[in-house]
Design a protein around this ligand. Structure first.
Ligand code: ADP
Length: 424
């Protein structure tokens, strides 16, 4: 067994992919597990990320899952851990971020951790404890109307305090700007005062470098994905990670490809239009038609395709058309119908020889990976920030899989994905 240096626990699937992708920028091998593995660890990577689906789960369930994930990662050899949540701190007063952190701290006997969801490359910054999305405070951003986790306060200290039992403090940008030594002394001062939970300001990648440098020996760090990004280089410098640590390997995967899109975000609409304009064969799934005909017509179409032409099957439409389908079929039923169909297309395409599978949509990705019975992904080349290619095994076949949530990627994403793989 190869020792794992950092064990990460993410509260959702695409968040886990995002974190795994940023860690993999270092070139070191990163594995992503979908859920807590059934088997004890045997062959593990220097960086292991376990994807949970606990963002909106009841607190007790989220805590139990995170502790089970921690136990698995400790068995894999990890002595440092990272609790990853959304860069918009998606949670409620009864939310899971604080309770999970406290439970992990208790298991690790840690008396302090940091909270840093900043992701400057994606416009998430923290100043004086207030989280900004672009130029807007979190509570004035579209996140204020999120259906599950509406964020009505931008202040992370105020958001976190009701979620935890121990005191919450802030280390602001003035200290972070003074460098890692100053930040570490401020953390120590807070520790001697008994302040266990420290929100740390960050507005630029340089701040994240300082924070990671100051906190790299903490048993537990928490945050968005970006504050973990400097850790591989720091571990290499510290000799924790050997220069010859396991590297990502590129694999030869056949050219047969299927592209599946179940996301209706603005960016995915642009990406589908852009890909169709390249002349790639495509099939549009209409939930109302599908509800009458079943999966037969699309599976027949798929059977007649030359998979080396990377055909696209999409349900992606504008918000008005989504609403119209939801009014007729119900929100959940319309979504499940599309997810089930795209999952069936993935299995059919794999059985027909597709070895490169590109999926757009967070929930859609979950449905496809489940249908393909994939439990582990090795992270490979990055297509766009937060979206890497991954390698996995499905029904005994080696597959290259790209999973993209909502608004990630540029309009040329699908073609970019194919070019990225061809160049690795
Ligand atoms: P994103 O990452 O953009 O949020 P998801 O896959 O997570 O994408 O969510 C999109 C949801 O919308 C899925 O449940 C999908 O099945 C559903 N959906 C996709 N196309 C349609 C459509 N034409 N009408 C109604 N629902 C749709």
């Amino acid at each position: 067994m190869t020792g794992t240096i950092l064990g990460c626990i993410a509260d959702d699937f695409t968040g886990a992919t995002d974190l795994a992708g940023l860690l993999a920028r270092s070139g070191v091998k990163v594995s992503l597990r979908i859920g807590i593995p059934d088997q004890p660890p045997t062959q593990t990577s220097p960086f292991e990320v376990i994807a949970l689906k606990s963002r909106t789960a009841p607190v007790a369930d989220a805590v139990a899952e995170a502790r089970a994930a921690l136990a698995w990662l400790r068995k894999a050899g990890a002595q440092r851990f990272f609790w990853k949540y959304c860069s918009t701190f998606d949670s409620t007063a009864e939310g899971n971020i604080g309770p999970v952190a406290e439970a992990l701290m208790a298991d690790l006997d840690a008396d302090q951790t940091i909270y840093c969801p900043a992701f400057p490359e994606n416009g998430r910054s923290i100043f004086m404890g207030n989280l900004f999305v672009g130029q807007q405070p979190l509570s004035e951003s579209p996140m204020k109307d999120h259906p599950l986790t509406p964020m009505r306060d931008s202040n992370l200290v105020r958001l976190l305090a009701p979620q935890v039992t121990k005191p919450v403090g802030l280390i602001d940008r003035m200290t972070v700007a003074m460098g890692a030594v100053a930040l570490r002394s401020s953390l120590d001062a807070h520790r001697s005062d008994g302040t266990a939970h420290i929100v740390v300001d960050a507005v630029a990648n340089a701040d994240l470098e300082t924070i990671a440098a100051a906190c790299r020996d903490m048993p537990l760090m928490t945050g968005g994905s970006a504050v973990a990004m400097p850790l591989p280089a720091l571990y290499l410098a510290d000799g924790l990670l050997a220069a010859n640590a396991q590297k990502q390997v590129s694999r030869i995967i056949g050219p047969e490809t299927i592209v599946l899109s179940g996301s209706c975000s603005e960016m995915t609409n642009a990406q589908v239009a852009n890909y169709r304009a390249t002349g790639a064969p495509s099939y549009q799934l209409d939930p109302l038609v599908l509800n009458k005909t079943g999966e037969g017509p699309v599976l027949d179409w798929l059977a007649g395709q030359d998979l080396t032409k990377a055909p696209l099957i999409y349900a992606t439409v504008d918000p008005a058309s989504v609403k119209a389908a939801q009014m007729k079929l119900g929100v959940a039923a319309a979504g499940e119908l599309i997810e089930r169909t795209l999952a069936a297309c993935a299995v059919t395409a794999r059985n027909a020889g597709a070895r490169r599978i590109i999926v757009a949509g967070g929930e859609t990705s979950g449905a496809v990976t489940k249908a393909l019975e994939i439990s582990q992904l090795d992270i490979a080349a990055e297509i766009a920030p937060g979206v890497p290619w991954t390698y996995c095994t499905s029904a005994g076949h080696e597959i290259a899989l790209a999973l993209k949530s909502g608004n990630f990627g540029k309009p040329s994403f699908f073609a970019d994905a194919l070019t990225t793989l061809a160049n690795t």
